[in-house]
Write a protein that binds this ligand. Structure first.
Ligand code: XBP
Ligand code: MG
Length: 254
């Protein structure tokens, strides 16, 4: 029986990476007088490193391993400023929710299906995104928010999902994960969750592990999503009835 939805944030709730995170990283680098500019292609490659501080550090290690090894405080400072700049971009309305996201969150809330968040991003980024897209009351719709450094190992490690499941006091078989990327799907699957992937702009060409559904988005009643469900071509709109129909199929498949 499906009791809770666990949402990823970046790429799943909204296309935050391009107009939000990448832009904010580049602005923080420029403000600090650094000649670092992450192009779209560079950023796609760097997304393999989950977590903003880890991403800056990995980049710096590519350029200058010695300086990077001694640069933890600089990374923290750059990232703190990046988080401020990201918040400003969100508050300017740079990033709307993806198709079907608000519809499904509201439907689950009305139906009393519990909801939680499992993300790599910084907690205040989640708060700001929910505030500007759904309104401040939406925080209360997510019973557990697992974000950022709350676990030591970020996705694709399952830790953030396991942390959220423990806080919900539910087993994986009672929940579903909504993700957009291979790293996120690996984390959710390793925690034992039936996983629906809605590919985002940066994850279109990723090779995914075997997930319950590999979709373009969640769709809307008047605009079908496309993709594969249990490996078969499918088109339609993902609503609560759909999730309840397919979640037990994943257990059968495992
Ligand atoms: C998203 C990320 C995040 C953001 C940056 O992964 O990798 O690190 O790109 O956020 P997921 P911070 O969607 O799987 O959670 O800079 O706040 O870390
Ligand atoms: Mg994501």
């Amino acid at each position: 029986m499906l009791q809770a939805l666990i949402w990823d944030v970046d790429g799943t709730l909204a296309e935050t990476e391009e107009a939000g995170h990448r832009e904010a990283f580049n602005r923080a680098f420029a403000e600090a007088g650094l000649p670092w500019v992450w192009s779209h292609d560079t950023y796609r490659r760097l997304l393999a490193v989950t977590g903003g501080k880890e991403r800056i550090s990995a980049w710096w290690h590519e350029l200058d391993p010695q300086a990077a090894a001694a640069g933890a405080a600089t990374v923290r400072r750059l990232h703190a400023r990046k988080t401020e700049l990201y918040g400003e971009l969100l508050r300017q309305g740079a990033v709307p929710l993806r198709p079907g996201v608000e519809r499904l969150i509201r439907e689950a809330h009305r139906a009393g299906v519990r909801q939680a968040i499992a993300t790599t991003t910084t907690p205040e980024n989640v708060t700001t995104l929910l505030d500007v897209t759904l309104g401040p009351q939406a925080h209360g719709w997510f019973e557990v928010i697992g974000a950022g450094d709350i676990v030591a190992a970020k996705k694709p490690a399952p830790d953030i999902y396991l942390w959220v499941l423990q806080r919900l006091n539910l087993g994986a078989a009672q929940c579903m994960a909504l993700e957009d990327s291979a790293a996120g799907a690996r984390a959710a699957l390793a925690a034992g969750l039936a996983t629906v992937v809605t590919r985002s702009a940066y994850t279109q060409h990723e090779s995914l592990p075997q997930v319950l559904a590999d979709l373009s988005d969640l769709g809307e009643p008047d605009r079908d999503a496309q993709g594969l469900v249990q490996g078969r071509a499918w088109a339609g709109c993902v609503d609560l009835a759909w999730l309840k129909r397919w979640q037990p199929e994943w257990k059968k498949a495992c």
